[in-house]
Design a protein around this ligand. Structure first.
Ligand SMILES: Nc1ncnc2c1ncn2[C@@H]1O[C@H](COP(=O)(O)OP(=O)(O)OP(=O)(O)O)[C@@H](O)[C@H]1O
Ligand SMILES: [Mg+2]
Length: 431
């Protein structure tokens, strides 16, 4: 696929404009030669841009360099980069040229020491710049929700976690306001199978693994449903204990298995699991300093006990609908990435996968369609997937989300499609 410089434009929130990098930069060259991908190239270009344009450079170091007044020889020695080698080399050459003159050697050594000190300082400074640049990039990627670029849709879920938790925790100086903001909350993402709920959690895990001082604590239905009395209760308690140690995201995937309504009236161990969760969430309210955000996902939200869903606990409800036209196009682009022969009509693919009487295509369906088409291409020893491969697969592929199921979710969130009278075939994002 052809690449162009236009692909490397990025938006800088500080300059508040699109930035196009220099053609001569090494990163651009590498990208054009196909040695690095677009994401890596943009990351490096952003880093360079921030480092050079937006971090304060210590000019005194440049002056210092001039003061040292490098002679040609020293410059050459400096080029060795390996300090010990450079030092040795300088001694030897000084000896050869000037004879064994203690005074000269001492001078040379002093200069060299200064040079090395200077090099060290530069390295330290660079590290500081890089750290600063990395922080700016992270801020930028969070504020524009780019950190979640692997998840198509779910914009409301992304916005909620970024603005009510991640930004206040990671950038309190910028985002905290005059008094520190409470960084707590809980949300429940629900929707039919294969709409990217678990994928969203995967992105959150990845974010926590980036060494940002955030941790990710998980509560699995399997640990909670152990037959041992009190096991679930203990698992929930331990998860929150762990989460209180530092800013944490508590993840509960398949939450209907952990916070089931049924558990309220069963006189068994399970009741205490739910009770424990309710208690822990109430405890959060009283401890303002705890930085904990709970993200629960489920495709059977009606099974989750009402008290767990009320404001103050999992109070934000976000529906993850089957992808709409534009999202399906983005999903095809995401899954096919480099694997296509360049003549793919993504708009048409999105059209071909629109809801039918058999139901709605989910993100997971589109993923499976792309995989299947790739298999066909490999089978015929082609490197790239063609439009025909994809069309053939779509023809045979039945959508996995039934229309009845979608109706059920619609009803649950009080959205009456017919009442709107727009003939809208695909549900919008609504909390
Ligand atoms: N919105 C999306 N963005 C990106 N990838 C998606 C999206 N929806 C689905 N996928 C793809 O489909 C696969 C399955 O999706 P995922 O596991 O997130 O579904 P889910 O909503 O958790 O379903 P379930 O309710 O059955 O657990 C993912 O691995 C991902 O590749
Ligand atoms: Mg899931």
């Amino acid at each position: 696929m052809g690449v162009s410089l236009e692909d490397l434009k990025f938006h800088c929130p500080r300059c508040n404009k699109l930035v196009l990098c220099k053609v001569r930069s090494i990163t651009v060259r590498k990208f054009m030669e196909g040695k690095i991908d677009r994401d890596t190239a943009i990351k490096r270009l952003k880093q360079n841009h921030y480092r050079h344009k937006h971090t304060e450079y210590d000019k005194s170091l440049d002056n210092y360099r001039e003061q040292i007044d490098l002679s040609t020889k020293e410059s050459r020695a400096y080029k060795f980069r390996d300090d010990v080698k450079a030092r040795l080399w300088l001694f030897i050459s000084a000896k050869e040229e000037l004879g064994v003159c203690a005074e000269t050697l001492k001078k040379a050594d002093e200069k060299l020491c200064k040079l090395m000190e200077f090099k060290k300082k530069r390295a330290d400074l660079r590290q500081i710049f890089d750290e600063e640049a990395r922080k700016l990039i992270l801020y930028d990627e969070l504020a524009t929700l780019e950190v979640f670029k692997d998840v198509v849709g779910l914009e409301e879920a992304k916005r909620q976690i970024v603005y009510s938790f991640l930004l206040p925790v990671l950038f309190p100086e910028k985002y905290g306001g005059p008094s520190p903001r409470r960084a707590q909350g809980g949300m429940l993402i629900y929707g039919p199978p294969g709409t990217g709920k678990t994928e969203f959690l995967r992105c959150l895990r990845k974010l926590c693994a980036q060494n940002l001082g955030l941790q990710c604590v998980e509560i699995h239905p399997t640990t909670v449903q152990k037959e041992l009395i009190g096991a679930g209760e203990r698992a929930v308690h331990e998860a929150f204990e762990e989460a209180r140690k530092k800013p944490s995201i508590v993840i509960i995937d398949e939450a209907d298995g952990v916070l089931s309504e049924r558990m309220l009236w069963e006189p068994s161990y399970a009741r205490t699991t739910l009770k424990q969760f309710l208690d822990e969430m109430d405890g959060l309210r009283t401890r303002e300093e705890d930085k904990i955000f709970v993200v629960a996902c489920s495709n059977e939200p009606w099974k989750i006990a009402e008290p767990a869903k009320r404001p103050g606990r999992l109070g934000i409800h976000i529906y993850a609908p089957p992808p709409n036209l534009e999202e399906r196009e983005r999903l095809f682009r995401l899954f096919l990435k480099e694997e296509t022969s360049g003549e793919i009509d993504f708009k048409r693919l999105a059209e071909l996968t629109k809801p039918t009487k058999f139901g709605y295509y989910s993100g997971a369906d589109i993923n499976a369609i792309c995989d299947e088409a790739m298999k066909t291409a490999f089978q015929f020893e082609r490197k790239a997937v063609t439009m025909v491969d994809l069309e053939e697969v779509i023809k045979k592929f039945k959508p996995s989300i039934s229309a009845e199921l979608v109706k059920m979710y619609e009803k649950l969130r009080g959205y009456d499609k017919d009442a709107k009278g727009k003939g809208e075939t695909e549900p919008p994002y609504i909390i």
